[in-house]
Write a protein that binds this ligand. Structure first.
Ligand code: GAL
Length: 663
């Protein structure tokens, strides 16, 4: 059906006699799908074992008559009060040992056997009930898994599960003691049944235990969802299954979760009430969409796209005219094959009374409805044509949940953040109008001319080998500070100098380093003075390696800061610090030129260029994230297919250009 649009709909919050008006308005707007029911457990099972799907059947049928298909959400993010009261043990326990109560959502322990029993039963009942419904096309198990589970759950059931997970991983308790370095501070265990979940301690934590705990929590979420997807696949083999991710959120390894899904979805809230100065910042939004595409190396859906002011207790800014359309088309530009808005009509009750939808409280269509309707209708023919197209960047940035976990546990410099550093690299490419993919560390490196792998802190021989192979075959690889520091169990490696075996690839060794805290160090790159932040590796170059930048202050003034080494058919850069924005921009310009990577075009600040392609066609989206007039230029072989005056963008305007003879 081409790239299409839809909405998250909660008919159970409104009177029945309104439903038909909603369906008519949705159809007029050009919406093709709705997602429903992901929080309505009580409405679907008002009493233990008594299911009532009639209201949902009616809503699905009514929308179906207007040509609108349904994605059914399983309601397991909101266990009802009858269940919680009868089986108090399903409530989650936090790090401090406190039981979290009923009254929000996700008040559940995902390892609890009683809860899992209820989950299996309702998901089975729903799958059996909807398997042959012609208006149901797919499923979303639960909602934003991991979102509400920070530091949860540390109940007895989770402790037992954690012990079992460790036993499976290590086999014997001696191996566990060794892997965690338990000789330190007398932390040895005699049996797996002695292992604690990492609750609040008097002082300090064991980094290896913390890493396993984070990985266990991620695996538990994957297992929790898999139980649902297995049931749905059994009864509904013709329906798709997806799940709504949250960009760079890290509680669950999204690559792992994606293995159970047909495609991933994402919830995009550019101006969330939680947003700070990054409100609507194009590069942050773009990086989020690109990382979502990487989770299955495939196009995705937006299951919740902001459609008005966001807010619970406090509110965010009102999206200006044009901004909702801009954000929708930006999602498409980065690989969304459907954009589903959250939500249809702002709710009158409950926590989300101020999280606005397409329609206001009154239910009367207003500015947001008409803006999106116009955009959807204008874009429709093009959306049809673009089906099957996808972004195809030549730059990859390696993104790993395990590296992120290890660096969260010990950031070393408190100002250092794995995802922030990833986004800083991303931004430098974004500002040059060069598209980027993210890629897992076991992904296909070979399709990138330039591969940036920041903070490869945990290292194993297999990953080392993959980097050697990539460079040997002609790739340009970027490695950075804190590479090869630790083994897989988060213990420092001692049999070599940093960055370990990879020093053969970098042509350098790191014999000393400085953690800068808030200090800044100057560095010189291409005769320009720049700023190094957070960390400085003091690099010793080996024969043959080239020094690209040197430090210009501190006791290591004159020592190398960035090196480049030719190896096989390719080369490897080593960046011993966190360059600031201008330094990063200069460096990325140098590296992309050296790798022969061209920009999509030129554009004023605040304008983003992004592309989708298939066969011999490419579409470039030119997107103005500012409220002022801006200009851009692309190769003259592109012709304008969406927008008014090619090259000139009004505030928040999007133009789309097409080229048909790529190859
Ligand atoms: C999302 C969530 C929705 C809704 C929305 C607004 O994170 O999936 O259910 O809560 O935020 O708060």
């Amino acid at each position: 059906m081409g790239i299409h649009f839809g909405v998250d709909y909660y008919p159970e919050h409104w009177q029945r006699d309104r439903w038909e008006t909603d369906a008519e308005l949705m159809k007029e707007m050009g919406l093709a799908v709705v997602r429903m029911a992901e929080f309505s457990w009580h409405k679907l099972e008002p009493q233990e074992g008594k299911y009532d799907f009639a209201w949902l059947d009616d809503a699905i049928d009514l929308l179906g008559r207007y040509g609108i298909r349904t994605i059914v959400g399983t309601p397991t993010a909101a266990p009802p009060a009858w269940m919680v009261n009868r089986y108090l043990e399903i409530l989650p326990v936090d790090r401090e040992g406190r039981v979290r109560g009923f009254g929000g959502r996700h008040h559940d322990c995902q390892s609890n056997a009683v809860y899992r029993g209820f989950v299996r039963k309702i998901v089975t009942a729903m799958a059996v009930h909807y398997k042959d419904n012609p208006n149901v096309i797919g499923w979303q198990p639960d909602n934003e898994l991991g979102n509400s589970h920070h530091d949860l759950c540390m109940c007895e059931s989770c402790r037992k599960n954690f012990q079992g997970w460790l036993e499976k991983k290590y086999g014997t308790v001696d191996r566990l003691n060794e892997a965690w370095g338990n000789a330190f501070w007398s932390q040895e265990y005699n049996e797996f049944s002695e292992v604690f979940t990492p609750g609040i301690t008097v002082t300090g934590e064991n980094p290896s235990a913390m890493l396993d705990w984070k990985c266990f929590c991620s695996d538990l979420i994957v297992d929790f969802m898999k139980e649902q997807t297995d049931i749905i696949r059994k009864y509904c083999p013709n329906h798709f299954i997806t799940h709504n991710y949250m960009g760079f959120a890290d509680k669950v390894d999204y690559y792992d979760l994606g293995k159970e899904l047909d495609f991933v979805s994402h919830d995009q809230y550019p101006g969330g009430f939680f947003a700070d100065e990054s409100h609507g910042r194009g590069d942050i939004l773009a990086s989020t969409l690109d990382v979502v595409r990487s989770y299955k190396n495939k196009n995705f859906w937006i299951m919740e796209q902001q459609s008005g002011i966001t807010g619970w207790e406090v509110m965010g800014r009102a999206p200006a005219p044009g901004q909702l359309s801009l954000w929708s088309l930006q999602s498409v530009a980065h690989g969304a094959d459907a954009v589903v808005y959250f939500r249809w009509r702002v709710c009158a009750m409950g926590t989300e009374q101020y999280w606005h939808g397409i329609l206001p409280h009154s239910g009367n269509p207003g500015r947001r409805y008409y803006e999106l309707k116009e955009m959807i209708q204008k874009a429709a023919p093009l959306m049809e044509k673009m089906e099957g197209s996808m972004p195809a960047p030549k730059v990859g940035i390696v993104y790993s949940f395990r590296q992120n976990y290890a660096l969260q546990i010990q950031p070393q410099n408190p100002n250092m953040s794995y995802t922030e550093q990833i986004q800083e690299y991303y931004r430098a490419f974004y500002d040059r109008q060069i598209p980027v993919d993210f890629v897992p560390d076991d992904g296909d490196f070979g399709k990138y001319k330039l591969l940036v792998a920041p903070l490869q802190y945990l290292m194993n021989s297999e990953l080392e080998e993959r980097y050697f192979r990539y460079v040997k075959n002609g790739g340009h690889l970027v490695l950075t500070m804190r590479t090869g520091v630790k083994d897989e169990t988060n213990i420092c490696m001692t049999d070599r100098e940093l960055p370990g075996r990879l020093s053969e690839l970098t042509g350098s060794e790191v014999l000393d380093y400085d953690c800068l805290r808030d200090a800044r160090v100057s560095a010189v790159f291409q005769n320009e003075s720049h700023t190094a932040r957070n960390w400085c590796d003091i690099i010793t170059v080996k024969e043959g390696a080239e020094v690209l930048a040197v430090y210009a202050s501190e006791f290591y003034a004159g020592e190398p800061c960035i090196t480049k080494n030719e190896y096989g058919q390719g080369c490897c850069y080593y960046i011993g610090t966190e360059p600031d924005e201008a330094f990063m921009a200069a460096l990325v310009r140098y590296m992309t030129d050296a790798a022969g990577i061209a920009a999509l075009g030129n554009a004023d600040e605040g304008v983003e260029l992004a592309a989708r392609e298939k066969a011999d066609r490419r579409w470039i989206f030119a997107m103005n994230h500012t409220d002022r007039e801006r200009t851009y230029s692309v190769d003259s072989s592109y012709r304008l297919v969406y927008g008014e005056e090619a090259g000139k963008l009004n505030g928040y305007e999007v133009q789309i250009l097409e080229r048909e003879d790529l190859r």
